[in-house]
Ligand binder design. Sequence first.
Ligand code: NAP
Length: 359
Amino acid sequence: MSLDSYVTLGRSGLRISPLTLGTMTFGNDYGWGAGPEESEKILATYLDRGGNSIDTANVYTNGHSEKIIGDYLAGRSSLRDRLVLGTKFFCNLHPNDPNGGGPSRKAIVQQLENSLRRLRTDYIDIYWLHNFDPVTPVEETLRTLDDLVSAGKIRYVGFSDVPAWATAEAATIARLRGWAPIIALQLQYSLLERTSEGELIPMAQSLGMGVLPWSPLHGGMLSGKYSSANPTTTDTARTWAAAPTEAELVVIDAVNALAEEVGATPAQTALAWAQGQPGITSTLIGARRIDQFENNLGALDVHLTEAQRAALNELSAPKLNFPAENNRQLARMLQFAGATVDGSPSAAYPPLVENDTRY
Ligand SMILES: NC(=O)c1ccc[n+]([C@@H]2O[C@H](COP(=O)([O-])OP(=O)(O)OC[C@H]3O[C@@H](n4cnc5c(N)ncnc54)[C@H](OP(=O)(O)O)[C@@H]3O)[C@@H](O)[C@H]2O)c1
């Protein structure tokens, strides 16, 4: 696979690379990112290899991430239109201004204008609601986004980190009203955080939304610099991050071992796992340094067999919220659809109730 093996995003005609460049690390303003020069190297490497999908947010390094991208694009005017540039609104960059962030009409329009200015562009390809606000009526948010599509200021709408029930409600309203649909979700998803498999990913598959997993290395834990033999590392700028737990180290050790078996790095193995999971469209890759980024791009060359994937899946299986497990257990009841109690059940399935003499 390569960065120019473009895939359509959700139920839309928008084509993006199988790995999206995450730029939360652009700007070293907080001491754990990449300075402008290193960020530009990462951008150039991604684009040279055929990548077309870039993700940022108004809040990343307080707008600096957007500015680094905007400055890079400004000198390369022919580049902008071939990119799928995404940014997010929600987080308030204006202390003491109650309308400085959030998903109200006033706040969205203002946040968009500021992002356009920093990114030095006239439009955003994917405008993401970054988080969930239970207060603002979802119709207000959706109608505003639809107006912005009509005005040519944004092309598509995405949701990030919003509960499944609220996303499904919003998607249904948008569809019934003929407003711009939600074509994609950003979700935290990795071998160490799989609970999105309960509600969010099945919803995305059912409603035609692509999924972009974020923190696919769990903030670096799956990059190979941790193991049960070495549960701490000095090679990280994420000094606030918690050390892996015992349970996480079991999964981390398995990834490290599989990486050796397949001749890849642990980071590549963990990213290839994420990208190959059901429902996933394009994995967000983040890096603090160009060498990390190049390592991560190598995930495109890693193919896990079904058996290797199944082993990782079993080891990292999450405990999902009700009713996921209940319904998995009861899924075999489907075999009876259309039959009567007198019908003969498939030999492949055991009786639902042990020793039930009817069968
Ligand atoms: N929608 C949302 O709410 C949301 C939330 C978070 C992120 N995102 C998006 O997702 C992107 C990726 O998230 P993330 O940065 O958390 O991803 P991640 O891949 O889980 O973590 C990236 C961090 O891991 C370390 N790392 C990465 N590759 C490495 C390698 N090959 N070897 C060693 N260490 C490596 C680096 O940190 P150190 O070297 O300092 O350890 C790097 O900053 C972001 O850039 C952003 O675009 C979205």
